[in-house]
Design a protein. Sequence first.
Length: 316
Amino acid sequence: MIYIFTGIALFLLITTVIHAILSSLEKKRYPPPGSLIDIGRGRMHLYCRGDNQPTVVFSSGCGSFSYGSFYKTFSDISKTRRAAVYDRLGYGWSDDTDRPRSVEELSGELHALLKKAGERPPFVLAGHSLGAEEALHFAHRYREETAGLVLLDPAYFERAPRGGTAMLLINRILSPLRVTGLLRLFTALRIIPVFVWMKHLGHYPEEIVKVSRIMFCTRGKSSLDEFRRLYRRTPAYPDLGNLPVLVLTAEHAKLKAKKPELHEQMLAHHRMLSELSSRGAHRILPGTDHSFPLTHPDEVTRCIEEFIRECDEGRS
């Protein structure tokens, strides 16, 4: 038995060392496309392109790499107006952090980042999944700097508790797998086949797919605490007045077929979010699931552009 444990320990030591070496080389090979800005709690990565306001700020879901998640939509939006993607602390090219990952911390850090970078409001916040909760809190906290909200399949916090337990367990497992390099190994062997389908969509260059895979295997230290705090809190949704709000919901055909009651609860939640504002709208995107910002970026781009045009017409 001792030989088995010794062999396992030796194997983990080897994978950890190899992982550390490869991670160091990848940092040099794939530098951040934007700027690393010190907000006083660490350096956060912000990448902006384009002109014309309002600036569209993309916020990714829990554990997601923002530049990879929004690459196509960010690139297209930046052709006609200013667009920004950023990495939360603990994600992507940003520094790690030991600060609590509450929604108050996240929205405050995003505001500090935009201000320190000299980005001028107003902003349209486009948040996916748990990123939608961050966007909502930002809009409530910095209402005068927010021109609109686009909530992309917002996370549904009131779902069955076992769903939250499963996600917490997944996040707990991913953390040691990242540290030991096993996640890198399992991904390379396609035991965990992430991003295999991404390069076949036709939207993403090979380099973006590779960087997305690297970030999945090496970053996301804070995602467990972020998910735990966001999922277990009791959301207090603010009255957004006449702030333009668009909620885009995935069709979720599989969920609808297997758990129709849960599907209807989620739809009701999304409709409620759109009704927080007198200028709120709710749409369902046919043929999509939760990952539609990745799989249907052109549809997301079209919806955001139409939304901003409507916002401009409302202000004129």
